[in-house]
Each structure stands twice: as C-alpha cells, then as structure tokens.
Write a protein that binds this ligand. Sequence first.
Ligand code: 5RP
Length: 291
Amino acid sequence: MADLDDIRDGDNFGLNSPANTDSFYLKGLNSASWGIKNRMSRIFNRKSGRTVMLAFDHGFLMGPTSGLERIDIGIASLADHADCLMATRGMLRSCIPPDNTKPVCLRTDTGTTILTEMNHNVLIDEAEVIGMNAAAMAAMIAVGDPATEASTIANISRLVDIGQKYGIPVMGVTAVGKEMARDSRYFGLASRVCAENGASIVKTYYTEGFENVVACTPVPVVIAGGKKLPELEALELAYNAIQCGAAGVDMGRNVFQSDAPLAMIKAIGGVVHDNLKPQAAFELFNELKNS
Ligand code: 5RP
C-alpha cells in the first residue's frame, strides 16, 4: 500500500485552460487510436507534418542492387538523416545497429523476385512486427494485376486488422506492374484502395495530375523516387510532389545511388521540411558534396 502520510489534495485544475480539442496534425487520422497516432508522430515531423523515409527494402526483390551491396556500410551512416527507415527484417537485424532509434517502417510482404512474376503472397508474423519495434508496417498492392490483385489486397486488409489490434499504422504501397498505366487515374485508384482498406499512409508514384491523387486519398501520401535520376530532377520530383500536397517521400535509389548519398538525403530534407525550391536544394547538395 502507498504511504498515506501527507496526502495533498490537488488544487491546480487549470480552470482557465480548456482541454485541448485540436484535431491530430496529420490528415485523415483524427479517429485513429492513440498507438497509431503516437507511431505516426514518430514518423512525421511535428512541425512540417512531413517525412523523409529512406527505403532500402529493394533487395527482397532485386538482390544486391547498386548502392545496396553493403547495407552495413552504405546505409547505416545515412540512417541518422532520415525520419524513418523502410526495410526488411533481415537487413535491419543484420546491418542496422539496434541502438539506432529511428522509427522503422517494416516491409511485411514477400513472395517472389524480379526473376519471376510479381506475387507477394506472404506476410510476416505479427509477433515479428512487434519484436522489431516497428513504427509502421508496409505491404504492396498490385491493383489491376489479375494474378495478384486479390491476394495483395487481402494482405493489406489483414495487416490493417493487425495494426488496429496493436496500434501500428499500415503503409500501403502501390505497385507499378508492367501492364499498368503510370497515370493519376491509376495511382488515384490504387491509393484510394489502400486508404479504403484502412492504410494510414499511402506510398505511390508522382505523376502529372498528382494533386488529384493526393486529394482523393484521405491519409498522408508519400512518393517513391523510382529509378535513379540526375540529382536536380530528383529534387524537382520531390518538390512537385510536395507542391501537390504529398506528406513527404519514401525514397531509395535517388538517395543511395547518388554520387553523394549523404548530401542528397539532406537536400531532399531541405525540400520536404524547409520548402526549399529545387535549385536551392541542388545548390545545397553541391555544397555538401564538395565540403
Ligand atoms: C517497392 C518499394 C521500394 O521501397 C520503393 O520503390 C522505393 O524506392 P525507390 O525510391 O528506389 O523507388 O516499396 O515496392
């Protein structure tokens, strides 16, 4: 029993300060659970409302692609400059020191590689997600692909069930299959399907008319970078996405395949968090690269 001596009655009830009824700072998540909001707040900067996620999950499909040959050397040093790390459990455990406290968006789906047809039909166990201290769970959906659309949407739906139970947000990743059009109608449809199934973040690709994709997706949207572009073009891509309302980036190749990955992630951060224009961010990139 607690010591009952000198129990003091409370007398500081802040009667002139009404309880805060502000809504949550990220769109579409006001009705999410405390756990989901808390984890989203670790991923998305409170001030800018945006995030720079560093994606290095490519190896589960592509093997040791350029820039990811040695994640322990190439990526671990960039991690401090990202707001969130998106990766598989294997690479995190083997190559990222556990004292790195950046939030992790854990890749949860797997199945096939680039050598066969795309089919992500397996999700990792929820105990593994919790054991990896994941701040979010990511899985891809292949909207429009007759062979895998249903199983990948089922994956997202199951992940959201898990996330609701444990307070972990789900990031739906829209695929770009060979047969799929890369336009705002397609990405709007695929992004909306992620949100309709309960995703708290949607990762998709920038395209002309992207403002419509963001508008029809009621939760934060981040963009993938796609194939490596010259640095100025990658910065323009990020800038254009932000101008259309994106809540940040989840970029991989345009960071880790850059000549100067550290300078690049900082320049991307300038665009995402500080509203730098592409040319100013490119000057920052060159300055950091040469310093
Ligand atoms: C694919 C992914 C990748 O992480 C992704 O595409 C991000 O990397 P990049 O910026 O290199 O496109 O989620 O399913």
